[in-house]
Design a protein. Structure first.
Length: 141
């Protein structure tokens, strides 16, 4: 874990909003793998010697997980420029690209990259929820 530093800045994005995004990102990452499309056959290993193939009819949860991803994408898309930049900077901070003392630099760099594909960029991060959480911790938020 990164050591929290004294807060010398005010976040534009509310830490509770970031925590809501963390929960949504965790739900999205917990979704069923895409290879379990409805109607595909998969081999199931029952034990060391027995195997069974079955046709997968899809899971009811898959649709709701897709809705969670859509909701997260829309929530990120609704952020203003400053909030979006801070969300990206939090992910970078949690990932270790920046230290807490470099917060202003991280936010400036995030603003420079633009806001048009922020949701796509963030949702492409495999450990988004963890990195956002670690970013908040590093800032003491």
């Amino acid at each position: 874990m990164k050591k929290a530093v004294e807060q010398e800045w005010a976040l534009t994005i509310a830490p509770d909003t970031v925590r809501h995004f963390i929960l949504k990102a965790r739900a999205v990452s917990a979704a069923v793998n895409e290879d379990y499309d409805s109607g595909h056959e998969h081999e199931v290993e029952l034990d060391d010697q027995a195997r069974d193939t079955h046709a997968h009819d899809g899971l009811a949860e898959e649709e709701s997980e897709d809705l969670t991803a859509i909701e997260l994408r829309e929530l990120i898309g609704d952020l203003n420029v400053d909030e979006a930049a801070e969300l990206v900077a939090l992910a970078w901070l949690g990932r270790g690209d920046y230290e807490a003392g470099e917060w202003e630099t991280a936010v400036t760099e995030a603003k420079a990259r633009g806001n048009k594909r922020t949701a796509q960029y963030l949702m492409g991060m495999p450990m988004l929820s963890d990195w956002l959480e670690e970013g908040l911790e590093a800032l003491g938020a």
